[in-house]
Design a protein around this ligand. Sequence first.
Ligand code: HEM
Length: 410
Amino acid sequence: MNEPVQSVASDPLFNPLAPDFIRNPYPHYDRLRAIDPIHVTPFGQFVASRHAEVSLVMRDKRFGKDFVERTSRRYGPDIMKEPVFRSMAHWMLQADPPDHTRLRGLVVKAFTARRVEDMRPRIQEIVDQTIDTVIGRGQMDLIEDFAFRLPVTIICEMLGIPEDHREVFYKSSREGGRLLDPVPMTPEEIAKANAATTMAQMYFQQLFELRRKSPGDDLISQLVQAEEDGNKLTNEELTANIILLFGAGHETTVNLIGNGLLALHRNPDQLALLKARPDLMTGAIEEFLRYDSSVQMTGRVALEEIDDLGGKTIPKGETVLCLLGSANHDPAVYPDHPERLDIARPNVRPLSFGGGIHFCLGAQLARIEAEIAIATLLRRLPDLRIDDVENPEWRPTFVLRGLRRLPASW
Ligand code: HEM
């Protein structure tokens, strides 16, 4: 084990699980960029907060994931015996080439811009049904009753999870986010994550069996085929990457919709503008991604010594945390009040979907889901009000930034 969690609390510059940081990380990022743009944490990780270095580290081949090595270094050599870490070690998100290239290549076709465009009518239908269910009530939780259902339904349909199996996924606890945070998990958290992983593995093994016997027009059927073809994919890799797709495909998008709706309602002029000019929606989604990204951080390991990253030397094997949310507010790239929501801002290219070979596979899907969800809500419930825009309840995770609930009425 590395240093205890408490030692982070004494670090004034980067303490990402502190309630104040979770509530509003942006003033903390401003300080990091200004005072110590390549900051070293008590865990010995380097924290990059400026757009230039964040962008470089994600794209530069001298950096990689090195997951097993990095995780063993942080938790000790036995950590890879834990089911949750063994599974994560097979995620394409944590893999380096050539494994990464092979794993991503097997699923990339399902996520092309064209395939995703074809899903528009179905996405619209789900959003309309969701609103039909609540419209008579006059109130709802925008997270639970609205934002959550769409991405879960879509990823279930893409994976081919039968309708009568889905209730458990709709009810699932959304607690997996701690896996990605830069503060080590406690043994209790690891035990919980192990249990969730083992349950998911058991469920998917049964579903694979079903799809081997009766294949459908879905991703799991295709991947089961690839597994049977021999060298393309092992059973462990198959299971792990289905779990990844399921997780990556919903929490993040729920939060894009939730954070975007909160941002709009905290900025009534922007809300009014978007209602009056629905043609601004595509740009507005990019601005929501920039303004309050639902993924705040990713990381890379130096595969060789890097002699100058923002003036510091990164020894081989050390981790650089990339603060996406901070890069998105860097005045060097967004000179015109980066702290303001401006849905008509020019040249918005947020780093919220990462960069380089791990660039988010679901980026276009997430954009379209959010676009249709928010546009339809503004159109069908134009007088919707969020009950308390000043004090919303944030989930306690840092990397995945989102709201626990967002009650609204109309
Ligand atoms: C607003 C929504 C989303 C955000 C902000 C987001 C963000 C990200 C980021 C930052 C990465 C790269 C991490 C890195 O470089 O280390 C990533 C990778 C990934 N995302 Fe997303 N994501 C979103 C939605 C989705 C959806 C809807 C799916 C799938 C249905 C998805 C699937 C993936 C996968 C599979 C990867 C790994 C790709 C690879 O390693 O090659 N994401 N995402």
